[in-house]
Write a protein that binds this ligand. Structure first.
Ligand code: HEC
Ligand code: HEC
Ligand code: HEC
Ligand code: HEC
Ligand code: HEC
Length: 297
């Protein structure tokens, strides 16, 4: 290959990369039908579920008790990203160095961050660095994450509309209408975040939840026919138990989910004339009534 042919190839490749990144930009622009949020305040405001509280009081109250409402926090308000930003492959020397590449965890824990402007990652890192729980606690998987951004497949969500179980030609204020999304009722809707295995699109790849893989390959493959919604959202309950901060209630749920039967046969073994060896045969059967392995992660 002579020099000019190589040059042409490089130029062509460059053009292809430019075109692809342009597509990328358009795609990101289209997320939620709005331009990317340029500040953390703008992101918080845009996704604030309080907008829905007034009319959907009960669902709001249920959701606010769920882990979805504090998705950057572990138990007892522990902000888990503070550990990852300080040590390991996602660490930065100072928060101002952070970019979206430091937050692969946001793919499922804060998906709205993935289409935000670069300054938002820095601001978020600062908030996490100073352990500002008031702000971290407002960054969550709120109403619009599920009823807009994650609600449809094969196309971007239409601007200014919501998605739900049935179509409504009219809705309040800024939201013109509700479109029907059959996808929301499918296990794949929850599976977008509840995981199949390693997320290879990141360097290094990250792995967290794998429950959806277990649902498909263990439960459904074995003839299971119930969906995530059948077991977890009956009557549109938005509390999504288990709430691991409530130990008593969680223990009760798991006792019911994993019934255990124990059988014991004690006997004495006489290996020699004067020798007695007490023995016991214990049989334990644990049944799993959930639609997947327990625990996950
Ligand atoms: C001013 C009151 C009001 C506000 C604010 C409001 N809604 Fe609604 N919403 C309604 C009413 C009324 C209905 C119709 C209820 C029905 O027909 O069951 C509805 C229906 C819905 C439905 C569709 C239910 C279905 O059966 O498909 C969804 C989803 C929904 N709202 C989500 C939201 C979200 C998310 C927000 C916040 C961004 C919000 N709403 C804010 C009043 C409101
Ligand atoms: C593929 C989606 C996905 C990615 C990517 C992901 N997580 Fe998760 N993570 C989940 C889901 C879903 C849960 C909760 C349910 C479960 O554990 O099955 C969870 C649970 C957790 C919990 C337990 C929360 C609690 O309440 O105690 C921690 C901590 C956590 N993730 C940290 C991380 C970190 C740190 C990263 C990035 C390195 C990350 N996750 C990336 C989906 C993900
Ligand atoms: C984790 C995802 C998720 C979040 C977060 C979420 N929803 Fe839902 N919501 C759903 C799903 C799934 C359904 C049921 C869809 C179906 O049955 O087809 C639903 C149903 C509804 C319905 C219809 C209820 C009915 O009786 O038919 C309303 C109204 C609603 N959600 C409002 C809200 C509001 C308001 C918020 C925020 C406070 C919210 N949702 C947060 C996933 C979510
Ligand atoms: C946008 C991503 C996303 C979607 C969509 C989603 N979840 Fe989650 N879910 C999470 C994350 C992340 C957590 C853990 C939050 C934490 O505690 O840090 C979680 C927590 C939970 C929990 C509490 C147990 C736990 O391990 O924290 C249940 C139950 C749950 N989700 C069920 C569902 C079901 C059922 C659906 C579908 C209707 C669904 N989720 C949709 C991301 C998601
Ligand atoms: C046959 C019923 C059933 C189905 C189907 C089912 N689950 Fe569960 N799931 C349970 C039970 C039971 C538990 C134990 C806690 C409880 O009772 O809430 C549980 C626990 C969980 C937990 C907490 C896991 C942990 O580490 O302890 C999450 C998250 C969850 N389910 C999400 C889902 C998602 C997402 C789907 C669909 C892909 C799904 N479940 C399908 C019954 C089911």
């Amino acid at each position: 290959m002579n020099g000019s042919a190589l040059y042409k190839k490089v130029v062509l490749l460059g053009a292809a990369v430019a075109a692809l990144s342009l597509c990328g930009a358009v795609w990101v622009w289209a997320a939620g039908g709005q331009a990317p949020a340029q500040s953390l305040a703008e992101l918080l405001e845009r996704y604030d579920s309080k907008r829905c509280q007034e009319c959907h009081t009960e669902i709001y109250e249920q959701w606010s008790r769920s882990h979805h409402a504090r998705s950057l926090m572990g138990l007892d308000g522990f902000s888990f990203m503070s550990k990852y930003l300080r040590k390991g492959p996602l660490a930065v020397n100072k928060p101002q160095d952070a970019t979206l590449a430091n937050f692969p965890c946001a793919k499922c824990h804060l998906p709205q961050l993935m289409s935000a402007g670069p300054k938002v990652a820095q601001e978020l890192a600062e908030v996490i660095w100073r352990d500002d729980k008031a702000v971290v606690g407002r960054l969550n998987i709120g109403c619009l994450v599920c009823h807009q951004d994650k609600a449809v497949v094969h196309h971007r969500p239409e601007p200014g509309v919501l998605y739900g179980p049935k179509a409504l030609p009219e809705h309040e204020g800024e939201i013109k209408a509700v479109r029907k999304s059959s996808f929301m009722a499918s296990p794949a809707f929850c599976g977008q975040c509840h995981g199949m295995g390693p997320n290879f699109e990141f360097t290094p790849p990250v792995q967290c939840a794998t429950l959806y893989g277990s649902y498909l390959n263990g439960y459904v493959a074995d003839g299971g026919s119930r969906t995530c919604l059948d077991c977890h959202m009956s009557g549109a309950d938005h509390t999504f138990p288990p709430d691991f901060s409530d130990k008593e209630a969680t223990a009760k749920l798991y006792r019911a989910a994993l019934p255990m039967e124990v059988e014991a046969l004690p006997y004495t073994f006489h290996p020699g004339h004067k020798e007695n060896a007490p023995q016991v045969v214990v049989g334990v059967t644990i049944q799993n009534r959930a639609g997947h392995r327990i625990p996950d992660g």
